[in-house]
Design a protein around this ligand. Structure first.
Ligand SMILES: *Cc1c(COP(=O)(O)O)cnc(C)c1O
Length: 382
């Protein structure tokens, strides 16, 4: 079956009650049927609520199946999906190789928290492929990918990097929030852990923070789960239910946002103010061939260069918009725009663009209304 169909079926209860959706199962204490089973519980029996009840099982099962993995851990944010994957993969004395385009707060975690545990990070130029072999040393324990990268949208050759890493015994992690595990299947391309912010397209309504990590095989899953449980991470069942609810309509929402984003990208390209369009699915993107090869679709998130613009000019443009909101996060029903320059950080490479970089997250509005809004913005800076 196609993913659109699977999204309507995965994680649903099939019991005699006939309920379409799982219940929101709240609970800490789970009573044991006998004194013997208090300490020696059979596999599969939940002995304590922290590990998650039926609502959690439904969402974890759905995400695992959607990605074709061996198991899933839920986290309280997308950031924590990344940090949990890293913690499960490394130990003192190790080095993480991270794409220089990773999400800023993950960069911060690697640079401020991991050194306390004796783990170093080195960044690599984000348009990377099999040549990553030259950067791997005896200390390298994990490679962190994000493709397309946050804000600047560079792409990596995911299967090539996964192959090299596997040969050298290095774990690969991808922050796969852009595809939501729907239009890209990183585990099928050989990646070990697929982490994402469910906050974005899975939630889809800007009312939820959550993350998930899906592991490629049983051994990787055991490692992930042991780490998750030792820290005591937990997600609230009401939020888990919301994520599962969002998952049902995710394919249509993403398809709509993607189609509108391509129409808007084409319109922007026709404007004299616009430089390069950094949308993986757009012919302007330098790594468009990787997108065509590995992805089955896109989403509504892309960035655009405006040559010659400075930050005050970007601010005037953004302040003139009425339909687009300004805010972090994305993947909700409402369109957003932000100027990226104040938060662009790079260690190993510089992202060179002439002028300003503005990121657009296209929601579910009519593209005509969004284009009219952008015309207002251009008029304000003319
Ligand atoms: C938003 C985002 C995150 C963090 O998600 P939160 O749920 O807000 O913590 C991580 N990675 C990427 C690529 C994101 O866009």
């Amino acid at each position: 079956m196609k993913d659109e169909t699977r999204l309507t079926r995965l994680g649903r209860p099939h019991d005699e009650r006939g309920q379409v959706n799982p219940s929101v199962a709240r609970g800490s204490t789970m009573l044991a049927p006998s004194a013997a089973e208090l300490y020696d519980f059979p596999p599969g029996r939940v002995h304590y609520g922290r590990v998650g009840l039926e609502t959690h099982q439904a969402l974890r099962g759905a995400l695992t199946e959607l990605q074709g993995g061996a198991g899933c851990a839920l986290t309280s944010s997308g950031l924590m999906a990344n940090t949990l994957s890293i913690l499960a993969s490394v130990e003192a004395g190790g080095t993480v190789l991270a794409a220089d385009c990773i999400y800023g707060p993950v960069r911060n975690f690697l640079l401020t928290t991991m050194p306390k545990f004796g783990v170093k990070t080195e960044f690599f130029a984000p348009r990377m492929g099999a040549e990553i072999a030259d950067l791997i040393t005896d200390e390298t324990q994990a490679i962190l990918l994000e493709s397309p990268g946050s804000l600047t949208m560079e792409m990596q050759d995911i299967p090539a990097i996964a192959r090299v890493a596997r040969e050298k015994g290095v774990i690969t992690i991808i922050d796969d929030t852009w595809s939501a595990g729907l239009t890209l299947k990183p585990l099928q391309l050989g990646v070990d852990y697929a982490a994402q912010a469910l906050t974005k397209y899975v939630g889809g309504h800007s009312d939820l923070l959550m993350g998930a990590v899906v592991a490629r095989d049983e051994a990787l899953f055991a490692r992930l789960q042991a780490t998750e449980r030792s820290f005591g991470f937990h997600t609230a069942p009401d939020d888990v239910y919301l994520a599962l609810r969002g998952l049902r309509s995710m394919a249509v929402r993403m398809e709509r946002s993607f189609a509108s984003s391509m129409a808007i990208a084409d319109w922007l390209k026709s404007r004299p103010e616009t430089g390069r369009i950094l949308h993986p699915a757009h012919a302007d993107h330098p790594d468009n061939a990787l997108f065509q090869r590995d992805f089955t679709g896109g989403c509504g998130l892309f960035s655009v260069e405006f040559p010659g613009w400075d930050i005050p000019k970007s601010e005037r443009f953004l302040d003139a918009l009425d339909v687009f909101g300004m805010g972090f996060s994305w993947g909700g029903y409402e369109s957003l725009a932000i100027h990226c320059d104040p938060q662009l950080k790079r260690t190993r490479t510089t992202h060179r663009h002439d002028g300003a970089l503005i990121r657009f997250a296209i929601g579910l509005e009519a593209p005509e209304d969004l284009i009219a809004d952008l015309e207002r913005g251009f008029a304000a800076v003319a």
